[in-house]
Ligand binder design. Structure first.
Ligand SMILES: Nc1ncnc2c1ncn2[C@@H]1O[C@H](COP(=O)(O)OP(=O)(O)OP(=O)(O)O)[C@@H](O)[C@H]1O
Ligand SMILES: [Mg+2]
Length: 435
């Protein structure tokens, strides 16, 4: 009966989400600004996960078998299935209302009402399943039924229900968590409990990392941590070891000591392409776009670990973020300016659907105005909940947008703290900020 545990877990995730939507809608009604990104991410989660996976799996397996085994089942299942069928329409309506509110065509109070109505429906649906359907299932379903249901809910090889898509939903859920305003958060155990950004789970944990070029030790035992949704800056002068560090993390630079854990998994020995599949995607130093290839083909290269069917859609998202790339999509990448090539390098990394984006000196060699543009892009990605490890010589700009920073000197971390505290640190100011 593993599926029952899964279903209940999924219910508690949905319940927490619904409670958070309620609270944020309440804040909005009391005058707080509209949290468009949060609501969009929450509706995406419901659309992609609840409406397209959780409900169909219930309909096709759990509910069908229950109807076979129990005559009383129809009474409760009819209403629940009708709810499932109406789910996508209700969600579309809510999206339209959200868009209208974002454009100022719908009062915040009306949007809040609509959101509350929706979450009330979702909660009562979950309650019915927990109070009536799951207990009935425990009573009447046979071992062979459970075999089918467990497989449907736990099948790791299925292209739709498989491990890969599960990882995506986890990401989506964490994105919602990091977009929820500080006052709400999405606690792990109780609905709506307070959760600061620092309480996010650790995504990357690196301990005692060493790496050498011949006899020269370029990294001398680096330990570093990045939490989900965090932007962490690694700053340091020329030759400090920043690039070596990122290359060691993406697996193209051998390490001689230390360990790397990503999302709880030890990836110290994992090949670089496998790390990329886990979601560690890098925009390399010096951009390294393929000059003779078209912009589109450069982007396609970033998606080589991804299923083909999602490439076109992902590329459109990149084009929406960088309209200039769309305009020039068929031209050789070599015809782009330095700033545009940097956008392309970031876009290419995004095509790998990163769960953690590594950026190696994205501002290098760019005119000040373009530097600002690149940092604006990074800020946007951060606001969408992306986890970012940003390596920069331009310490001020990097620390200004980072949650936390590490200062690297000749292969060792000498200082660490919040971005804010490092900017004001005298040592850092003297070494990097020119005063
Ligand atoms: N291929 C190499 N062979 C030998 N030594 C190298 C090699 N690449 C880097 N190093 C040395 O390793 C140390 C760290 O270099 P790395 O490129 O990682 O620094 P960085 O912080 O990225 O510098 P920059 O700001 O110039 O990009 C330096 O002393 C450098 O000379
Ligand atoms: Mg470098």
């Amino acid at each position: 009966m593993d599926a029952l545990t899964l279903i209940s877990q999924e219910h508690s995730n949905m319940w927490r989400l619904a409670t958070s939507i309620d609270q944020i809608a309440g804040d909005m009604q009391a005058g707080a600004p509209l949290e468009t990104s949060f609501f969009e991410a929450a509706l995406d989660y419901i659309d992609q996960f609840v409406d397209r996976m959780h409900h169909p799996k219930e309909d096709v397996h759990l509910f069908r078998l229950l109807r076979l085994r129990s005559e009383q089942a129809a009474e409760v299942l009819d209403a629940l299935e009708a709810d499932h069928r109406q789910g996508p329409d209700k969600l579309a309506q809510l999206r339209a209302q959200l868009a209208a509110a974002a454009q100022g065509h719908l009062p915040a109070a009306a949007l809040a009402e609509a959101l509350w109505r929706y979450t009330a429906g979702l909660k009562s649906h979950i309650k019915t399943e927990e109070q009536h359907v799951l207990p009935l299932a425990r009573k009447v379903l046979q071992p062979q039924d459970w075999h089918e249901i467990d497989q449907a809910f736990g099948n790791h090889h299925d292209p739709v229900f498989g491990e890969q898509s599960k990882a995506e939903f986890r990401e989506l859920f964490h994105r919602i968590v990091s977009l929820a305003p500080d006052s709400v958060g999405l606690g792990a155990s109780s609905a709506g409990s307070l959760q600061a950004a620092t309480a996010q789970p650790v995504l990357l944990k690196m301990q005692g990392l060493e790496s050498c070029y011949g006899r020269i030790k370029a990294l001398k035992g680096i330990s570093l941590e990045v939490r989900r949704g965090e932007t962490v800056a690694l700053v340091g002068a020329n030759g400090a070891g920043k690039t070596t560090f990122l290359r060691a993390l993406s697996g193209v630079q051998p390490i001689s000591a230390g360990s790397i854990h990503f999302d709880g998994e030890d990836i110290t020995q994992l090949r670089s392409d496998k790390r990329m599949r886990r979601g560690i995607c890098q925009s390399p130093e010096g951009r390294q776009v393929f000059g003779p290839l078209s912009i589109e083909d450069n982007l396609r290269l970033g998606a080589y670990t991804q299923p083909k069917h999602q490439v076109a859609g992902d590329m459109e998202k990149i084009f929406a973020m960088f309209p200039i790339l769309k305009e020039k999509r068929a031209l050789p990448a070599g015809t782009l300016s330095g700033g545009q090539q940097q956008m392309l390098a970031i876009g290419r990394a995004l095509m790998g659907r990163p769960r953690m984006l590594l950026l190696d000196e994205p501002s290098m060699g760019l005119a000040p105005l373009l530097v600002e543009e690149v940092f604006n892009v990074i800020k946007t990605l951060k606001s969408q909940g992306m986890t970012i490890l940003l390596v920069e010589q331009n310490a001020f700009a990097a620390l200004a947008i980072a949650d936390r920073g590490y200062v690297l000197e000749t292969g060792a971390v000498t200082l660490t703290g919040t971005g804010e505290s490092l900017i004001h640190n005298e040592q850092v100011r003297a070494a990097y900020l020119g005063n």
